[in-house]
Design a protein. Structure first.
Length: 531
């Protein structure tokens, strides 16, 4: 089978850095552009309404009706016309005018461009551009109308921002409207020029900062992980040749601690193998295998509870009771980071020393893969390739692997040929959760494993186990089975994880009686307390 091409961590991080830089530039530019837009609109609004109010204050509202009815202009009319015309000539205003809104059209009284041939001279009528324009004009006829710039595009007048202020007569009644129009394209150009400057500046700063960041990540993260991956892949072969692995990682952080742990684990494994060889030469082979293998199998499992006293989001307990004929059961749990915990339940095929060694290597590989940030399915795919490399004995391992966010209860799980987990939601009963599994790990090269998400709420409990629980056999050759397991868990549903495991083990012992134990009995219970 063709081996699946693995992704490059270095390329993935490089693409992520570039994507982050682009998003940062776009987000900052958009934020600054929007803020600048509203600042300029506010400034335009103040300018336009200052001119509109100024004109409204110098106009005698009592004369408006007479101008329209007679069409005659007096001295006051020409004074106002000169003010409008002078203001229009000396400012950036596009239009400066006064009109009276009627039911069907507008009648102009003054216009800043008023002259002998001006189209908007006294009495000129013009229809409303739209029903919205009519409603907006009518809304100005009241005391203290809202001063909000009206921005619109029109085929005749172009892209403008308009401000309107009412003119009142001596009785306080609105009789006309002063209109001020500002050209908006100039403001648009200014905004785009400003945004362009921001984009260039932010891009240069972002590229410089992320270049430094990427170099540090490459040096302190990517290269050490590659070295860890390479050395871990060589571990099984080196153990067979009794050669120590050397991992050149000097980051001064958890990666260096991980490298030291792997080298120590490698040394311990070779030490164990040497001790087993020496013991086998001096004692009966079978007895020595069983004793040493049992010690190896149990010594690598976490046995301190509570394992993380400062973590109140969950309660956790696990046990492994080895059989007389040593197998390859194991459990594991560890913090991936401050907010995520990984849970592992696994069973290696076969018995004896080789199975226990394969178990230890599998445990190391799984933990290393998860701590590299891989999802459960991705981690098991990586472990699958590592275990198949040089696995001439044909060993395989069934694995249930979950990573849970202890802040939210969100989890991702991958089940590769292992037993179905048991779950209790809140005050409900423990129930067997059945879904299609992936094949066991170290069986097929290039296998793509499945994973799925789940959600834990406060009070939920997850129980996982190996087949030594359900396949415990009494003297009548009956299996303990799933039904008896669920009954054991549900007889005290509110028990803590340690009590749950004790209840199940007590029922197994009562059921089996004097019959010998042929397989390891391994169990783990995880109760989610919530944040």
């Amino acid at each position: 089978m063709k081996k699946k091409r693995k992704k490059s961590l270095q390329k993935s991080i490089r693409r992520s850095v570039i994507a982050f830089a682009l998003m940062l530039v776009i987000a900052l530019s958009a934020l600054v552009g929007i803020q600048y837009w509203y600042t300029r609109i506010d400034a335009y609004n103040k300018i336009a309404y200052n001119y509109a109010r100024t004109a409204a204050e110098i106009i005698d509202g009592d004369k408006i009706a007479g101008y329209i009815e007679t069409g005659k202009k007096d001295g006051h009319y020409y004074e106002v016309a000169e003010v409008l015309k002078a203001t229009l000539a000396q400012t950036d205003l596009k239009y400066y005018y006064v009109f009276v809104p009627y039911e069907d059209d507008l009648v102009y009284v003054w216009d800043g461009d008023t002259g002998d041939e001006a189209p908007y001279d006294l009495g000129y009528r013009e229809g409303y551009m739209s029903d919205e324009s009519k409603a907006a004009t009518r809304s100005i006829y009241r005391k203290d109308p809202p001063e909000r710039l009206n921005i619109q595009k029109d085929s005749e007048y172009g892209y403008i921002g308009s401000a309107y202020s009412p003119v009142f007569d001596s009785s306080g009644n609105p009789v006309a409207v002063v209109g001020v129009d500002l050209s908006m394209p100039g403001m648009q150009r200014a905004i785009w020029e400003y945004i362009s400057l921001i984009v260039v500046t932010v891009s240069l700063i972002t590229v410089a900062a992320l270049s430094v960041f990427y170099r540090r990540v490459d040096k302190n993260f990517i290269r050490p992980i590659k070295e860890l991956e390479k050395s871990s892949g060589e571990m099984v072969g080196n153990i067979e040749r009794n050669e120590a692995i050397e991992i050149d990682v000097h980051t001064g952080d958890e990666l260096e601690d991980l490298a030291d742990s792997i080298m120590k684990m490698d040394g311990d494994l070779r030490t164990y193998i040497k001790e087993i060889s020496e013991i086998t030469a001096e004692k009966e082979r079978l007895g020595a295998e069983l004793d040493v293998a049992t010690a190896i199998q149990t010594s690598v499992l976490p046995r301190v509870f509570p394992p993380f006293p400062d973590k109140n989001e969950f309660d956790l307990y696990a046990t492994m009771v080895p059989a007389l004929n040593v197998g390859g059961d194991f459990y594991d749990f560890f913090l991936v980071d401050d907010d995520h915990i990984a849970l592992v339940m696994a069973d290696v095929s076969g018995k004896g020393i080789p199975a226990s060694l394969f178990m230890m290597v599998s445990k190391i590989y799984i933990k290393n893969a998860v701590q590299q940030g891989l999802s459960p399915a991705e981690a098991l795919m990586k472990v699958n390739e590592q275990l198949l490399d040089g696995n001439d004995s044909g060993y395989f391992v069934t694995v249930w692997l979950a990573v849970i966010d202890i802040r939210t209860g969100d989890g991702v799980v991958s089940n590769c040929g292992h037993e179905h987990p048991v779950l209790k939601h809140g005050n409900g009963d423990f129930e067997m959760i059945k879904y299609p599994h992936s094949p066991a790990v170290s069986t097929i090269e290039g296998m793509v494993f499945k994973e799925h998400s789940f959600k834990l709420e406060a009070g939920d409990v997850v129980f996982v186990y190996t087949d030594g629980v359900t396949e415990a056999t009494n003297s009548d050759n009956e299996l303990f089975g799933e039904d008896r397991l669920l009954a054991s868990l549900n007889k005290d549903k509110e028990a803590n994880p340690q009590e749950l495991l004790a209840n199940v083990k007590e029922d197994i012992d009562a059921f089996v009686g004097d019959a010998p134990q042929f397989d390891d009995i391994t169990m783990l219970a995880f109760k989610y307390n919530g944040k």
